[in-house]
Ligand binder design. Structure first.
Ligand code: GAR
Length: 204
């Protein structure tokens, strides 16, 4: 998992992973911000952490460092949880279909930063959050799940952010679990077909 800040989505994914029936485990929390508060919590919970400032490094060079750490820990999926840095095309291509992001809007509306301010400025009455697969474009890619959140009269960017965060914490663990389960059952099915095929007599 990659984070840059507070790590509340990381915490939601981490604590959900402790349920006995959760199909995923967190093998690494890595950050491009060495003092990201989320790293402290991850370490306290016994999760391996890795931190390296990206400053002074080329994007692809930095991503190769992160990729090596993910491989070293045996990661099979990469969950971006408030990772506020664009990924290089090479990293995105390598993890295609296995890299997810969460964004605090109902994508495709309001990509990028200052989302809640934009929602309020537009006078919208509904916002939400989205989990999607990562593609090279920012906050783009196939949508895996969304939750709608009401905008209340008197909301500020902060009160709205809090409510959207709450929805994010419900959505992300569920979507990640579904994706991992689907991949596991596909892998199991392929394995079964392969073993059946091996047992079949040679074709004439
Ligand atoms: C979350 O709201 C997440 O959706 C957003 O950063 C916040 C991180 O909070 N991500 C993006 O805007 C990505 N474009 P957290 O560190 O408490 O999980």
């Amino acid at each position: 998992m990659l984070i840059s800040g507070r790590g509340s989505n990381m915490a939601a994914l981490l604590y959900a992973s402790q349920a006995p029936d959760c199909p995923y485990e967190i093998v690494l929390v890595a950050s491009n911000v060495p003092d990201a508060p989320g790293l402290v919590l991850a370490a306290a919970e016994g999760v391996p952490v890795f931190a390296r400032a990206h400053t002074g490094m080329k994007r692809a060079e930095f991503d190769a460092v992160i990729d090596a750490e993910l491989e070293r820990r045996g990661a099979e999926f990469v969950a971006l949880a408030g990772y506020m840095r664009l990924l290089s095309d090479g990293f995105v291509a390598k993890w295609a279909g296995r890299c997810l992001n969460i964004h605090p809007s109902l994508l495709p509306a309001h990509k990028g930063l200052d989302v809640h301010e934009a929602v309020l400025a537009a006078g919208e009455t509904v916002t939400g959050c989205t989990v999607h697969l990562v593609t090279p474009a920012l906050d783009d890619g196939p949508i895996l799940g969304q939750v709608r959140v009401a905008v209340l009269p008197g909301d500020t960017a902060e009160t709205l952010a809090d409510r959207v965060h709450y929805a994010e914490h419900q959505l992300y663990p569920r979507v990640l679990a579904d994706l991992v389960s689907a991949a596991d059952s596909t892998a199991a099915w392929l394995e079964r077909v392969r073993s059946l095929a091996l047992a079949l007599p040679e074709a004439e």
